[in-house]
Design a binder for this molecule. Structure first.
Ligand code: ATP
Length: 265
């Protein structure tokens, strides 16, 4: 009898997001130097580092708001190909509107503070071409509900809401079109600790329910530890260490990471 074995099936997963060798300077300040990063589908990548280490600049590059002097950026999605840094402004805007969501630390950057909360979310859907008022209202309500925003405040403008609620409106706007990539820039910084915990719970639940690929930037290791699967540590515009979250927190290798982790304990 001859026994034939099938060759093992190798399931190859490619990163959804790949940034390679990006650099960005502001005058004499080199904010990001030759940084590479990737995130697999459904993964949460945490980027941590002290203030000024280049985290937000890198995230803004991932949102195509900031174009680096060098490097490449790809998203492995249907209908999206090539180096996104070479897209013209209009194509970049459409790509961001439909495939990428972002929540900023400062809600003024993400929201029209005097428009209704549901209107802010609906605006995102309008950019994608939706015109029916009933559909806009229903989709905005659904996204706000998923972000655990109180539905009796749909018409309240963000300026009248608490910081935690403002972040939920930003989150609803970011997920309204079911983006492939959700970028979070210090989403809970400045909130009371108890509110921060609730917003983090919402983010965690959304990630688990929808398997959205996320990149979260924070100087707060507790926030990164709560959400991230993998962690990248930045210092002075460079990546000093990257690894699985458990490894980074339990067995940091780089002296700077050791310092950050021990300062937190
Ligand atoms: N638009 C800008 N114009 C000039 N300098 C900038 C600009 N954006 C960032 N920088 C500078 O680039 C460096 C990196 O800033 P960045 O905001 O990316 O760091 P960060 O790690 O996110 O810190 P923070 O949490 O304080 O924002 C800093 O020295 C900052 O002052």
């Amino acid at each position: 009898m001859t026994l034939t074995l099938d060759a093992p099936r190798i399931v190859e997963t490619r990163p959804l997001l790949e940034v390679h060798g990006v650099s960005k300077s502001y005058g004499p300040v080199q904010a990001v130097r030759n940084v590479s990063a990737h995130a697999y589908p459904g993964e949460v990548l945490g980027i941590v580092g002290e203030s000024g280490s280049g985290k937000s600049t890198l995230l803004r590059m991932m949102n195509l708001e900031e174009i680096p002097e060098a490097g490449s950026y790809t998203l492995d999605l249907p209908d999206v190909s090539g180096n996104l840094l070479e897209l013209d402004r209009f194509a970049r805007r459409m790509l961001c509107a439909t495939k990428i969501g972002i929540v900023y630390q400062n809600p003024h950057l993400g929201l029209l503070m005097k428009h209704s909360s549901s209107g802010n979310v609906a605006e995102r859907l309008l950019v994608a071409g939706e015109r029916s008022f009933a559909t806009l209202r229903a989709a905005a309500t659904e996204a706000l509900d998923a972000s655990e925003f109180p539905l009796d405040r749909l018409d309240a403008p963000p300026i009248e809401l608490s910081g935690g609620m403002q972040q939920r409106v930003q989150l609803a706007k970011a997920i309204a079109l079911e983006p492939a990539l959700l970028l979070l820039d210090e989403p809970t910084t400045g909130l009371d600790v108890s509110v921060q915990a609730l917003v983090l719970d919402t983010l965690k639940r959304l990630q688990q329910d929808r398997q959205i690929t996320m990149v979260i930037v924070s100087h707060d290791l507790g926030v990164i530890r709560t959400l991230a699967d993998r962690v990248m540590v930045m210092r002075r515009g460079e990546v000093v260490e990257t690894g699985l979250a458990d490894q980074i927190f339990q067995d940091p290798q780089h002296p700077y990471t050791q310092q950050l982790v021990h300062a937190k304990l």
